[in-house]
Design a protein around this ligand. Structure first.
Ligand code: BDR
Ligand code: CA
Length: 314
């Protein structure tokens, strides 16, 4: 199994990505680290524990609290999209306590304990990852692979015309991460999440019909974004974070990828958080692999199979 940490702003698809890390036998999830993003910080922590309970794994994976705001700016939420992040689910979150060690210290320590072995799946703003790289100059080298959900490969954003949420919230952190020397794979919002791997009515009905506690959990936590997405003309749910985790564990789901020089706009009037993805012609050295196409049917089948797992909350 792949040793990994998931760095998350836990709401909706972040919960599903945690299920991937918690239930896929190909994953050895060493820790969950929390970063400010989608919804209130304490709510995100609660949602992470709810997800651990849904996966029947409470008490087995440490949860570390990280940066509660971006490096240089006030926190921006996506509560208008996510609500409480779990569709009003009132399941017991159990009594696992967060670790006393800060998320940034945990990331640095876990990577240094096994240089070249630990992978990190970053599915929120990149504040913790940037802080870890600042704290330990060896961190980027010690991480085997950093999978980032963020940016957009053709300028179509989801929070502004130019920017995807994770990069928009902490553009300085995103910029620092792309300059830090990580082996990065980027899973952008568009075209992958927005066009290729949407879960339409048929897939959602198939998952609901599984009738496992996990499928019920999925349907419930995705309800708020489904409503939001339908309101903006996307007929289904979007799964950027769980896709990112799945691609680390199952690279055969990647259909096309290119080497790009990725940089992030920090000062534009209309373009804060815009991800400039330059290919060879601009003469810039590549610093990331950008996923360009995926086996979307394979991903939908993978997630449905994961959710058919009969585990139940305690
Ligand atoms: C990203 O922002 C959040 O809404 C999702 O969790 C995902 O990580 C998409 O822009
Ligand atoms: Ca996220």
């Amino acid at each position: 199994p792949v040793p990994l940490v998931i760095d998350t702003d836990t709401a909706q698809d972040d919960c599903v990505a945690l299920l991937v890390g918690l239930l896929d036998p190909a994953a050895d999830l060493r820790a969950i680290t929390m970063v400010a993003g989608n919804v209130g910080f304490e709510r995100q922590v609660h949602n992470a524990f709810l997800t651990l309970n849904a996966a029947g794994r409470l008490g087995e994976v440490p949860v570390h609290l990280g940066c509660r705001r971006p490096l240089m700016r006030p926190w921006v939420s996506a509560e208008n999209v996510h609500g409480d992040g779990v569709g009003g689910l009132s399941m017991d979150a159990g009594d696992q306590a967060p670790e006393s060690e800060h998320a940034v210290d945990a990331l640095v320590r876990l990577a240094a304990e096994r240089p070249g072995e630990l992978s990190v799946v970053a599915i929120g703003p990149l504040t913790n990852i940037a802080a870890a790289a600042l704290k330990d100059p060896g961190f980027a080298r010690n991480v085997r692979a950093l999978y980032v959900m963020g940016g957009s490969n053709n300028g179509r954003g989801n929070i502004t015309a130019a920017a995807e949420f994770n990069f928009y919230v902490d553009p300085e952190a995103a910029k620092a991460v792309f300059a830090a020397g990580f082996a990065i794979t980027v899973v952008p919002w568009d075209p992958l999440t927005l066009r290729r791997a949407v879960f339409g009515r048929e897939t959602l009905a198939h998952i609901a019909a599984l009738r496992t506690p996990l499928a019920d959990f999925f349907t419930r936590v995705c309800a708020a974004t489904l409503e939001f997405d339908r309101g903006v003309g996307i007929d289904g749910t979007t799964h950027p974070d769980s896709l990112t985790a799945a691609l680390l564990l199952h690279p055969e789901l990647v259909r096309a990828a290119g080497r790009y020089h990725v940089d992030v706009e920090t000062s534009g009037e209309l373009t804060r958080g815009y991800s400039a993805m330059s290919w060879g012609v601009h003469g810039l050295a590549a610093n990331a692999t950008v996923v360009e196409d995926v086996d979307a049917d394979g991903f939908r089948r993978y997630l449905a199979a994961l959710l058919s797992n009969p585990v139940a909350p305690s």
